[in-house]
Design a protein around this ligand. Structure first.
Ligand code: BJW
Length: 271
C-alpha cells in the first residue's frame, strides 16, 4: 500500500490528513527521537512482550521470567526461554517499519533511535544512532558482573554440556546470562541519561509499537513534552498508555504506516 491510499481495518483507519500532519512535523524537525517497542518487530515475526506465549511456554508469564530472581531460582528455565527467543531473532529480518525509520536519516538532519527491543533489527535495517535501553539478546555476560558491569562473554569461546546449561563465566564460575535488562535492574550506564537529554531537546518524538507501561522508557515522551518542546507522534494498532498525550495518533501496524509517512515526507520535500 502506498501513500495516497488509506490504511483501514475494522474500525481502525488512518487518513491521509493524519499521515500528512505527521510528515509535516517530521519534515520541519531538526532533531527527531524515535522511541520503539516490541510492536515495531511484530511484522518481522518477533512476538511482542505481552503477546500470549505459545507451545512449551504457554503457562509462563514473561514478566515473571524477565527478573534476576527468576534466573536465581531456575537458571535453566530462564536460559532456555532466552535461547528459544534468540534463535527466533537470529532467523528474522527487519520489516518495512524498521527500514522506513532507517531511511528517515537520509531525509532529516538528526535521527536517534531509542529502542526497548533487544533484537538488534534497527541496526540491521541501517539505523546508525541506536540506543538500546534494555540490552541485546545476542550478547551474554557474567551474572555476577565479576569484572564490572557488564562482563561480556563470547559464548562461542565456551564449551559446556547441554545438561549443565547455563554455561559458567570463565573468570569466576558464576552463571552466564543474556545481556538484557530485567525488572528491578538498572539500564546500561549512560543509555537512559543520553536518551532523556535527547528527548528534552527533540523537536519530534516518534513513538512506535510500545505499550508505554515499562519505566523508565515510557517516561521519555513525557520528558519530551513537559520539560522540552517536542511534538509527539504515536504509531500503534491499539491505543497505548502514551496515546493520550500525543499530537498525532496513527492507528495501525508500523510496517504499513511508517512507509506511508516516509513517502509523505518525500512528497513534502519535493513540493
Ligand atoms: C504494534 C504492532 C505493529 C502490536 N506495529 N505496534 C515506576 C512506576 C512503577 C514501576 C516502576 C517505576 N520505575 C521502575 C519501575 C519498575 C519496572 C517497571 O516499569 N515495571 C512496570 C511493569 C510497571 N522497571 C524496571 O524495573 C526497570 N528498571 C529500573 O527502573 O531501574 C531502576 C530500579 C532499580 C531497582 C529497583 C527499582 C527501579 C527495568 C525495566 C526492564 C524491562 N525489561 C524488559 C525485558 C527485556 C529483556 C527481554 O526482552 O526479555 O523489556 S520487560 C519488557 O517490557 C521488555 C520490553 O522492552 C518492555 C516494554 O515492552 P514493549 O516494548 O512496550 O512491548 P509490549 O508487548 O508491552 O507492547 C507492544 C505494543 O506493540 C503494544 O502496544 C501493541 O499494541 C503494539 N503492536 N503489533 C506497531 N504491527
Amino acid at each position: 500500500m502506498g501513500f495516497g491510499e488509506r490504511y483501514s481495518e475494522g474500525d481502525m483507519s488512518v487518513s491521509d490528513v493524519e499521515i500528512r500532519k505527521a510528515a509535516g512535523l517530521l519534515a520541519a524537525a531538526n532533531h527527531v527521537v524515535v522511541l520503539t517497542g516490541a510492536g515495531v518487530s511484530k511484522e518481522s515475526g518477533v512476538p511482542t512482550f505481552r503477546d500470549a506465549m505459545e507451545g512449551l511456554w504457554a503457562n509462563f508469564n514473561p514478566e515473571e521470567l524477565a527478573t534476576p530472581q527468576a534466573f536465581r531460582r531456575n537458571p535453566q528455565l530462564v536460559w532456555d526461554w532466552y535461547e528459544m527467543r534468540r534463535q527466533k531473532v537470529d532467523a528474522v529480518q527487519p520489516n518495512p517499519g524498521h527500514y522506513a525509520i532507517a531511511r528517515l536519516e537520509d531525509r532529516l538532519p538528526h535521527v536517534t533511535v531509542v529502542t526497548q527491543n533487544v533484537d538488534g533489527l534497527h541496526r540491521m535495517a541501517g539505523s546508525t544512532d541506536v540506543i538500546e535501553l534494555h540490552g541485546n539478546i545476542r550478547q551474554h555476560k557474567c551474572f555476577d558482573a565479576c569484572q564490572g558491569e557488564p562482563t561480556l562473554i563470547d559464548l562461542g569461546s565456551l564449551r559446556w554440556a547441554h545438561a549443565d546449561r547455563p554455561p559458567r563465566c570463565p573468570h569466576c564460575g558464576a552463571h552466564v546470562r543474556p545481556n538484557v535488562v530485567w525488572f528491578g535492574e538498572s539500564l546500561p550506564a549512560g543509555a537512559f541519561s543520553r536518551a532523556q537529554q535527547l528527548a528534552e531537546t527533540a523537536d519530534v518524538v516518534l513513538i512506535v509499537g510500545t505499550s508505554g507501561i515499562v519505566q523508565p522508557a515510557a517516561s521519555l515522551p513525557y520528558y519530551a513534552k513537559r520539560l522540552g518542546h517536542a511534538q509527539l507522534i504515536d504509531v500503534n494498532p491499539e491505543r497505548d498508555e502514551i496515546a493520550p498525550i500525543c499530537d498525532v495518533f496513527l492507528q495501525g501496524p508500523s510496517g504499513v504506516i511508517l512507509p506511508q509517512v516516509l513517502a509523505a515526507v518525500d512528497a513534502l520535500n519535493k513540493a
